[in-house]
Write a protein that binds this ligand. Sequence first.
Ligand code: SPV
Ligand code: MG
Length: 432
Amino acid sequence: MQKTVYLGMTADIIHPGLINIIGEAAKYGQVLIGLLTDNAIADHKHLPHMNYEQRLKVVENIRGVSRVVPQNEWSYVPNLKKYKPDFIIHGDDWVVKNPNVRQEVYKVMEEWCGKVIEIPYTQGINSSSLNRDILSIGTTPDIRLKALKRLLQAKSIVRVLEAHSGLSGLIVENVEVKKDSKTLSFDAMWSSSLTDSTSKGKPDIEAVDLTTRLQSITDILECTTKPIIFDGDTGGKIEHFVFTVRTLERHGISAVIIEDKTGLKKNSLFGTDVKQTQDSIEDFCEKIRDGKNAQVTDDFMIIARIESLICGQSLQDALQRAEAYSKAGADGIMIHSKNKTGEDIRQFCIKFREKNNTIPIVVVPTTYNHITEEELHSWGANIVIYANHLLRASYPAMLKVATTILENERANEADKLCMPIKEILELIPGTR
Ligand code: SPV
Ligand code: MG
């Protein structure tokens, strides 16, 4: 019987290195490709450009490939145990890049006397650098819009950070932290009414109109590729909201979140210190329905934000609204609170999930910031928004530099608080 050779891959960008390794694998027997699913990849690096079905179609048709099976986990072990191949083949770069993964593969292959083949890594070309090149070209509104739904399907929790300018957008786009075998990054951006208004020196009371908000959005769209969730405040009058939906959709925004308040909107984090009026369930449902009817694509999301806990109403009221808004066609429910324990949010999520197990729940843990993403996920949340942190970080940093210059009547002492000139010159791609 012919021997089997297992080869795990993402196969998002097909390059000579991949063809080489398939060719090498074929020398040992029938090539069984373990094609990583979006779910297997999502917690470790950014989502592939092509979805699983598209990648499958490509890989199945590469000469030398005998069979393609899904690899549902980042670890090779479950598939190796299932298929018990005679060989597994891998580039020798994993000695440095993924020593733990390598070690567990060696161990499990011993169970049936399978062999591990390591071949020299193809120098000069690899998926990561090609991927960087592709991302530097940018994206299209259509691909960006669809990306949020793909992320929701693939990830246990979608991690979103506020961006209010091109520069803050670049941080959300590019910042990465390596932790264990994972590369952590943000999945999407939040266009916050609070930080967008504040960065323009205006209060967060819907005083910054849509056209002006779109200027910040355009700056962000110009230099990033990740999906954007737009803070739509109250959505305004229903007759106006339907136009907002189409405008956002045309720009490739993935979702708008509208809150169930009327009258002069104040920022939720004031809580009951200021007058906040909640909309009636009937009127807000009508806004959701009309918004859903107005959208052109299937992928744009209208997320209903419940302000009951902000306005001092009961958990019961919040749950009743969540049910009504879901029935009206909302694509997600955001539940907000300024309670520091997060207990009210936990109870809401758990109770709501007893009735509705599918609609995405969005949470904004600004005050209950000790709760981890893993805990939020265990309550049933699907999207976590860090709603204002980049703006809140930049203001004290700027203030400190300004006061340091005044105190010393020169800039010398402030220099160590600032980014080096060389770095700022080279920060933006295409500067030279
Ligand atoms: C925003 O970021 O503008 C929000 C979230 O709406 S919050 O400020 O917490 O109300
Ligand atoms: Mg807001």
